[in-house]
Design a protein around this ligand. Structure first.
Ligand SMILES: [Zn+2]
Length: 217
């Protein structure tokens, strides 16, 4: 069973690698952003509660976030493993999740951390372009669409996300480091953390990740 938490700063390549791991290993990729959106759209009691908080402009607290992750990971598609992305974000969440995961038999057994130096991340993010329709991601330096400025998949003009500029990105990065650095330690002490070099080309990193996942199966 592969119960994986995927960690790494924004721009390190989590999404890229989550996509093939999900496909090749049939592990549901659960990102907290998607989970919040789905829950709010579902009309479940928990979803409605979260909707109310978000609409008020407040942050969803750890207790509710954990409850939502519990609800999602209790579903049958997670019985053979999962790939969790964007959770836990803080030590209190990680401690709470430890207990809940035990209760529902979904204990984390691997934490994959993709690290990458800031200057490389900044370049990657400020050259990123996304498709507002299908969500496909491109890069004007390394992953150009076939036709400049147009999505290969659906033909929609690509955009640069508003917060994909250097100033906003540095704020996101600082937040990531202040809340996540302690988490890396938390999982290292449990012997679950495996570090990967996010400066590697996608294919090279993929080979290393495949080796690790094969050894854990
Ligand atoms: Zn598209």
């Amino acid at each position: 069973m592969l119960n994986i938490i995927l960690m790494g700063p924004p721009g390190a390549g989590k999404g890229t690698h989550a996509a093939w791991i999900e496909r090749d290993y049939k592990l549901p990729h659960i990102s907290t952003g998607d989970m919040f959106r789905e829950a709010m759209a579902s009309g479940s009691p928990l979803g409605n509660k979260i909707k109310e908080i978000v609409n008020r402009g407040d942050l969803v607290n750890d207790e509710l976030t954990c409850a939502l992750v519990k609800e999602r990971l209790s579903k049958p598609d997670c019985a053979k493993g999962y790939l969790l992305d964007g959770f836990p974000r803080t030590i209190p969440q990680a401690e709470a999740w430890d207990k809940i995961a035990k209760e529902i038999g979904r204990e984390v057994n691997l934490v994959v951390n993709i690290s990458c130096p800031d200057d490389i991340l900044v370049t990657r993010i400020t050259t990123r372009r996304v498709c507002p329709k299908c969500g496909a991601s491109y890069n004007v330096l390394t992953l150009k669409p076939k036709k400049e400025g147009i999505c290969d998949t659906c033909g929609t003009p690509l955009i640069q996300r508003k917060d994909d500029n250097e100033a906003s990105f540095k704020v996101r990065l600082a937040n990531y480091y202040s809340s996540t650095a302690p988490l890396l330690d938390f999982y290292k002490k449990k012997g679950l953390l495996v570090d990967f070099d996010g400066t590697l080309a996608v294919d090279a990193l993929k080979v290393q990740l495949k080796k690790l996942l094969a050894s854990k199966r």
